[in-house]
Design a protein around this ligand. Sequence first.
Ligand code: AMO
Length: 434
Amino acid sequence: MEDRTYTADAEPGDSVTVAGWVHEVRDLGGIAFLILRDSTGKIQVKFEKDEMDDDLVETGLGVHRESVVSVSGDVEEEDRAPTGVEIVPQSLEVISEADPELPLDPSGKVDAELSTRLDNRTLDLRKDEVKAVFEIRAEIQRAVRETFRTHDCTEINTPKIVATGTEGGTELFPITYFGEEAFMNQSPQLFKQLIAGSGVERVFEIGPIFRAEEHNTPRHLNEATSIDFEGAFCDHNDAMDVAEDVVVAAYEAVAENCEEQLEALDLAAEFEVPDADFPRISYEEAIERVNATGALDEQLVWGDDLSTEAEKALGDDVGGHYFVTDWPSEVKPFYIMDHEDDEQLSTGFDLMHPDLELVSGGQREHRYDQLIEGFEQQGLNPDEFEYYTKMFKYGMPPHAGWGMGAERLVMTILGLENIREAVLFPRDRQRLSP
Ligand code: AMO
């Protein structure tokens, strides 16, 4: 829109045209106010009924909340106005009139259920504290990208329609691809490895992953955003160092650049950047610590995966961010390498905060014969993965990497109770639109 001024830039003495949404109309009798909101803030428009054109007053005060209007007028200093300035209007145009019956109250005075909010995301995002989550998410993604660059990583984009899954056959969404069965990709896992082995060496991707999870929980989505790292000539310890850097950089960026958003979320006073050097606890120690808490009915034994209850007990015991390392080989996927001196132990690791899994990764099996063996041990047919395995015959360096859920990162940074709060349009068991 030509010659439009953002409300935050309106200075006393200026003649401006502002445009945005009608936040509120307050009629006090002889004087009335229309509060106009745009992406930069709010401004008060003053109507002195006796001194103004009747049509202008009638249009300005008759307009429904959340209608889109533009107002032209003079900006004046006014100490009593919420932002210290107000506009004395000369003209007002109703660009898009809103229905007086709103499905939710964007002023936030009336609470709405999460499902109502998600059904009406456009209106929901008009609330400062909701908009703040997505502005922070954008800042986190910016900081993550920049941190990867400091680690010499190249950003890549890999296919989301694939012929095979990698993270266990039960969680795949099948689709029809020109008459043949295909799947939505669960992870860029195999592609990022193929690129790390190409000579590009260090790569990252921020993109969608699709999981046909049976769970309908506050921590699972059926479409999530995965932040993936893969580095040639890296081992699992190097990969953990990169994960730690990315997480700390995300917190730092929020602390430095999102003060206003933290205020809107009422988090400004308590927000803390975690110290790097997250503890690295072995799986063996983790199960001993869980057992020692006495929180579980049955003691964990070597080889058990950590259940939600076990993760909760461990999170309560350790607190903050910590890695669980040296998992039993059998609970980790075929592409994770075992320790050289102990085949029962893998180089796989998870990063937890404090009972939510944020990251999983490890060093990869880059030796062709061992890789094929791994497929067979996991009951997978290596022939179906020939496009992947054959590249291990042409010079594959040792490499390591990880995947981090972007929504889980936002969720833990902001202490959100439900992962859906961190997604504009979540996909879950009940929700396929909007
Ligand atoms: P994994 O399956 O553990 O590992 O996924 C990595 C991270 O992605 C996030 N995540 C999810 N977030 C929300 N909803 C889901 N349904 C969901 N599933 C996963 C979690 C999890 O820690 N290929 C490996 C990674 C690697 O080794 O590089 C993988 O996908 O935060």
